[in-house]
Ligand binder design. Structure first.
Ligand code: FES
Length: 129
């Protein structure tokens, strides 16, 4: 008689496209923390030193979601401001929870530094100036 099969819980998988890495995480995991825990840097250049540490205040932890947007938490109000002039698939990794499989591209070319990643830039973008 064989032992009954116990179903394995499925865990969300995050694929980091540029790094060629994939990691499992708990449902609801913070995307920025999951990246850092995997040794993946979400920041570009000087933003490694000049970031808010994951509290949604700097707009520098941008990732591009390649697949699985439906498996992430909705864009937060902070993201609506900081990413106002970015494509809809750009997210602040520190404000994003992972609920299912997703593929992301860290440090996208136009993720940071073109205006909306400052409060003034974001407000200008929102009011169309
Ligand atoms: S680390 Fe500052 S907004 Fe994400």
């Amino acid at each position: 008689m064989s032992a009954p099969k116990i179903p394995r819980p499925t865990v969300p998988t995050i694929r980091f496209e540029q790094e060629g890495q994939q990691v499992g995480c708990i449902e609801g995991a913070n995307l920025r923390k999951a990246a850092l825990d995997a040794g993946i840097n979400p920041y570009k250049g000087l933003n490694n030193l000049n970031n808010c540490g994951g509290v949604g205040q700097c707009g520098t932890c941008v990732v591009e979601v390649v697949e699985g947007m439906q498996n992430l938490s909705p864009r937060s109000d902070v993201e609506q401001v900081y990413l106002a002039d970015r494509p809809a698939n750009y997210r602040l990794s520190c404000r994003t929870s992972v609920n299912g499989d997703v593929t992301v591209r860290t440090r996208p070319q136009d993720g940071v530094g073109k205006g909306s990643n400052s409060l003034v830039g974001a407000l200008k973008s929102l009011i169309g100036k």
